[in-house]
Each structure stands twice: as structure tokens, then as C-alpha cells.
Design a protein around this ligand. Structure first.
Ligand code: TTP
Length: 195
């Protein structure tokens, strides 16, 4: 079975691979995340996941690389990670009482040979109304700062989520079933690692 590499510094993605008992090695990458402004969100996250996978591929000779990129989209506007606490509060004030979408782009790259698959997953998230004081306390918890859309559904932000449609794991940053299906296309069966 090939060695799996996760081209991500996100602890959430690591946790999700551990949750499905998929042994992996984390590879740190540094990619240019600048994009042309008019790119649709699905294209953006797929392109960035491809860049992350390719950056990891430059450091390796053999194995299968997984890379992902997640953004939150509100009324066609792409929201990445907040720049600071004030930005996090501004984002959360827009998300409260509204419905948004979470997109994750996913790339699986096999070495040697560079066979590459890229796809994306989209989940709709509805948040309840919340007042400024509540959102302020959430920002002060420190949870929003390293997360797209300034929240973590898997953490304290669960108190704001009214409902979701689609893959939950996609919101956390790694759509598990989408990944499993892509690995299957590369003739890798995740359950073969469960020994
Ligand atoms: C919406 C949401 C995002 N997130 C996180 C997942 C990702 O880590 C992060 C989105 O940022 P990304 O740029 O996709 O990933 P990253 O910078 O954390 O890691 P890397 O580029 O090295 O792979 O937001 C949550 O943990 N919970 C959520 O509910």
C-alpha cells in the first residue's frame, strides 16, 4: 500500500485522517495563494489544493499526496481566514442569521507519474441570529483566527449552527467521502489500511 502524505498544516485535516485510521505523514508546504479575482469559488479551492499538492510533490519521489483548501462563500463573496479579531467579528456579524456555503477543493496526486485528481465539495450552513456581545466572546475565545469564515463548526461555533445540508466533514476542512471516492479511483481502498 502506498505511503500517504497530507500536504497540510491544518490540525483538523490531520484529525480527520486519524478518525478514519488512515496512516499519513504531514508535509509542510508554502504556496502562493494569490488568485485572479473573478475565479468562481469551486475553481479557487481546486486550484489552491492543486498548488499545495504540487508543492509537496517537489519534495517527494514516491507516495500519494492529499491536499485541500477550504473557503466560506456568502452571497458570492469568498471569505477566507480573518486577518485579525476585528475582521473575525465583522465576518461573524455577516454570517449570523444567514445561510452560506463552504467549499473545499481536494487534490490527490500519485508519485511517481504524477497522476492527479482534483474535485470539490460544497456544503450549505445556516447560522442562527446572534448578538454582538455573544460574537465578541466567541472571537475572544481565539477559535476563529485560523479558520475560513472565522468559525469552527467542530468547536464552540456549534452553538451558532442551526443546520447544514451536505457533508459535515467538508465544513471541518476535509470531505471524507469525496476523498475516499477519489482514492478509490486511484485503486486505493482506505479500509485496506485498517489492520
Ligand atoms: C468553516 C471551517 C473551517 N475550518 C478550517 C479548516 C482549515 O484548516 C481552515 C481553512 O484554511 P485552509 O487555507 O483551507 O487550510 P489551512 O491554512 O488551515 O491549512 P493548509 O493550507 O496547510 O492545508 O479553516 C474549520 O476548522 N472549521 C470550520 O467550521
Amino acid at each position: 500500500m502506498p505511503t500517504i502524505y497530507l500536504a497540510s498544516s491544518s490540525p483538523r485535516r490531520r484529525d480527520l485522517l486519524n478518525q478514519i485510521n488512515l496512516p499519513h505523514i504531514v508535509i509542510a508546504t508554502d504556496v502562493d495563494e494569490s488568485l485572479p479575482g473573478e475565479m468562481p469559488p469551486a475553481e479557487q479551492v481546486m486550484e489552491l489544493s492543486r498548488r499545495k499538492a504540487r508543492a509537496a510533490a517537489r519534495q517527494l519521489a514516491v507516495g500519494v499526496i492529499i491536499a485541500a483548501d477550504t473557503v466560506v462563500v456568502l452571497n458570492n463573496e469568498v471569505l477566507g481566514k480573518p486577518e485579525n479579531e476585528a475582521d473575525a467579528l465583522a465576518i461573524l456579524e455577516r454570517l449570523q442569521g444567514a445561510t452560506h456555503e463552504v467549499y473545499t477543493g481536494l487534490t490527490v496526486l500519485e508519485l511517481p507519474g504524477e497522476r492527479v485528481l482534483t474535485d470539490f465539495e460544497r456544503t450549505t450552513v445556516k447560522m442562527r441570529e446572534a448578538d454582538r456581545a455573544e460574537l465578541m466572546r466567541y472571537v475572544q475565545s481565539g477559535e476563529p483566527l485560523d479558520k475560513a469564515g472565522a468559525y469552527g463548526i467542530q468547536g464552540l461555533a456549534s452553538v451558532f449552527v442551526e443546520g447544514i445540508r451536505g457533508c459535515y466533514f467538508n465544513v471541518v476542512g476535509l470531505p471524507i467521502t469525496r476523498l475516499v471516492l477519489m482514492l478509490k479511483k486511484m485503486d486505493i481502498d482506505v479500509s485496506a489500511y485498517w489492520r
